[in-house]
Design a protein around this ligand. Structure first.
Ligand SMILES: [Zn+2]
Ligand SMILES: [Zn+2]
Length: 282
């Protein structure tokens, strides 16, 4: 599938984006596809809700999103690694978390006629394995990453941030665009990366504008579940709790400003309202 942005055109769009703000929408993306890319069965949800809630099991959904724009294809997140789909019992993370993947992402992309090499832009909210698991497939895409996140993920101590650098080693040496705040990806306000640090040092979220519905704000891990959103709770392992709460407040303000709907990526209910690939939103 064609549609790759010419590097010079993309550089020009970045230049234009430097002058743009999240408050000046002018364009819409063509399509948004939603993919299920694993499920995380945790025995004790209190790790994510803090100590306020009693220990009980929880299932975290996991999704990634493909945005088709006339100037390129942006993949937002890559899910858990496709290899987990072949493991009969899923992947155990420690003794209290089990990950299951029903269908590899690469197969789901093939269903809609897309090969990994067709992806022109890759952006992750952050580099935990449920987001960066298949990133090696997209090493040829331009990686849009906050500078603080890049320093954490590719610096000397990625494990300090909960990262498994081997999982995304293929991205090293690729075309990385280091961001210092919000970034209007295609220069027309249709697709804006939002700096929402706190879960990790350079965490980001994504605002997407479609022609036929209210804008969607894809959370990343700025929040994991609806109850955490309502109560402004954060996981105990977050990089910086106060920073996360400030980012949640920022997301709330942006939702109001743009009349946008929040999609909590790890919340099953939040994603249930969205059609899954091969269907799409436009
Ligand atoms: Zn995370
Ligand atoms: Zn996550």
């Amino acid at each position: 599938m064609s549609g790759a942005a010419h590097p010079a055109a993309f550089a020009a769009s970045l230049l234009a984006a430097a002058c743009a703000t999240v408050g000046q929408p002018r364009g819409v993306v063509d399509r948004l596809y939603v993919f299920e890319v694993g499920e995380c069965h945790a025995q004790d949800v209190s790790r994510w809700t803090g100590t306020a809630e009693a220990s009980r099991p929880w299932v975290f959904a996991n999704h990634c999103y493909l945005i088709r724009h006339r100037h390129g294809l942006l993949l937002w997140e890559t899910g858990f690694a496709d290899e987990i789909a072949a493991m009969p019992d899923g992947l155990a993370l420690g003794d209290s978390i089990r990950v299951r993947v029903r269908r590899p992402l690469i197969d789901q992309l093939r269903d809609i006629g897309i090969a990994p090499g067709d992806i022109t832009h890759l952006a992750l909210s952050h580099f935990h394995i449920d987001h960066a698991g298949n990133s090696r497939l997209f090493a040829g895409a331009t990686l849009l990453v906050q500078a603080a996140e890049h320093a954490a993920a590719f610096g000397p101590t990625p494990e300090k941030f909960g990262y498994d650098a081997n999982g995304y080693a293929a991205l090293r040496g690729g075309n990385h665009v280091l961001l210092h705040g919000d970034q209007d990806v295609f220069g027309d306000g249709s697709c804006v990366l939002l700096a929402t640090p706190g879960h990790t040092p350079g965490h980001q979220s994504l605002l997407v504008r479609l022609a036929g519905r209210r804008p969607l704000l894809l959370s990343g891990d700025v929040v994991h579940m609806q109850s955490n959103w309502q109560q402004r709770r954060t996981p105990i392992s977050n990089f910086d709790r106060a920073m996360t709460v400030r980012s949640m407040a920022r997301v709330q303000a942006l939702l109001q400003e743009h009349g946008a709907t929040l999609v909590i990526q790890h919340d099953g209910d939040s994603n249930r309202q969205l059609p899954k690939a091969p269907a799409w939103l436009d």
